[in-house]
Design a protein around this ligand. Structure first.
Ligand code: DSN
Length: 409
């Protein structure tokens, strides 16, 4: 950071401190990862100079001979990786990708059926605080409150009554696999488009470890910075017949120029995702989530959805008389980074859940006994959340694990 230290020493120090924080804490945030250094290089490269608008071969600025090849590589590799008919790699992130999908085929005021936020959905699935709810008429489906799994019969009934023009599957906080075939049958039965937001699980799908929605959905969006490990950004996959509408909805519909550096990151991760190391990380991610879930359940924690099939373990921490916020803060104080989350039983503003994700720790190589150790530390901290002496001891243990498994060697 030679140049940054000169131009802005304050930011240079903050970046060094952030790098240290990353190395010296354990990241269990389900929407984060540690991306390969090659992708960090791309993000800080000269690709940031280029303004692009339009698509390869049809740009509004000259000088695109190299960036056109980069974008075409990203598109072709994403299509090949997921077996999709069309890919748009320009969305800034998952939210912008979702906006573009909605605006590609819907008119203002059209009806959309999506998952309730506290049951696992996302803000851009029509939450009242999101502009999506101002633009479209959303109705929400829920999980069965006993099993905390999607209730497909209730969903079919709701779709029949509401008659949406689009049905959205996919979640930010739902640890189980989704039956895309069932969803698509329901969507077809009411003549609705079927859209899957697979932001959280894209890496697991890319590694072919959990079912893919590609054969069933008209549109799929995902982010590249969660399990996908490709740096900031979003991608839309869709059937050929919607390619034009999606491209137009991204640019010029909802975005202007986009970051070529991020498109390069998407190209690179779509290449790396075909390689053994990526698939191994994704396999460890699922195995460690299952192990963590089992260990926590044995210690008396109630798991939302009864366990996990993915990278997420969602814990109802009220089973230990804590709120999600208390649990998040306690763990942060010992160097374990998580986030509180609403769970299906929540009706007020207080989150009862703690959402854990095993993506970042799997990139670091943690697995097996280390996961069991981690579950013990987690439990010890939560049941002793008022005991500073125990918490300081646990913080040392966390640091010890971090030193054993550096993020960047
Ligand atoms: N949707 C937010 C999350 O799941 O944490 C950010 O990606």
């Amino acid at each position: 950071m030679k140049y940054l230290k000169h131009d802005d020493p304050q930011i240079a120090v903050l970046i060094s401190q952030e790098a240290e924080r990353i190395e010296n804490t354990i990241d269990l945030v389900a929407s984060e990862t540690h991306m390969p250094q090659s992708i960090l290089e791309e993000m800080g490269s000269v690709l940031n100079h280029k303004t692009i608008e339009g698509y390869p071969g049809k740009r509004y600025h000259a000088g695109c001979e190299h960036v056109d090849i980069i974008e075409n590589l990203a598109i072709d590799r994403m299509k090949e990786l997921f077996g999709a008919e069309h890919a748009n790699v320009q969305p800034h992130t998952g939210s912008s990708a979702n906006f573009a999908v909605y605006f590609s085929v819907l008119d203002i005021g059209d009806k959309v059926l999506a998952m309730e936020l506290s049951h696992g959905g996302h803000l851009t699935h029509g939450h009242f605080a999101s502009m999506t709810s101002k633009a479209f008429n959303f109705e929400h489906y829920e999980v069965n409150l006993e099993t905390e799994l999607i209730d497909y019969e209730a969903l079919a009934k709701k779709a029949e009554e509401f008659k949406p023009k689009m049905i959205v599957a996919g979640a930010s906080s739902y640890p189980r696999v989704i039956d895309y075939e069932r969803f698509s049958q329901i969507a077809k039965s009411v003549d609705a488009y079927f859209f899957v937001d697979m932001a959280h699980i894209a890496g697991l799908v890319a590694a072919k470890l959990i079912p893919s929605p590609v054969d069933y959905a008209d549109f799929i969006s995902f982010t590249t910075f969660k399990t996908m490990m490709g740096g900031r950004g979003g991608v839309i996959l869709c059937k050929k017949e919607y390619a034009n509408a999606v491209d137009k909805a991204v640019f010029p519909g909802t975005q202007g120029t986009t970051a070529v550096s991020n498109i390069a990151g998407k190209a690179t991760i779509a290449k790396l995702a075909q390689e053994e190391n990526f698939i191994e990380v994704q396999a460890k991610t699922i195995a460690s989530a299952k192990l963590l879930a089992k260990a926590l359940a044995e210690k008396g924690y109630r798991l939302v959805g009864g366990g996990t099939d993915t990278h997420q373990v969602v814990v109802d921490v009220t089973s230990k008389d804590l709120s999600g916020s208390q649990a998040e803060k306690t763990l942060e104080s010992i160097g374990i980074i998580t986030n509180r989350n609403y769970i299906p039983k929540d009706t007020g503003r207080k989150a009862s859940g703690l959402r854990l994700g095993t993506g970042p720790i799997s990139v670091r190589g943690m697995e097996g006994d280390t996961i069991v150790k981690l579950a013990n530390i987690l439990d010890n901290a939560l049941i002793n959340y008022e005991n500073q002496e125990i918490l300081s001891e646990l913080k040392k243990n966390v640091l010890g694990i971090c030193k054993e498994f550096p993020v960047y060697k």
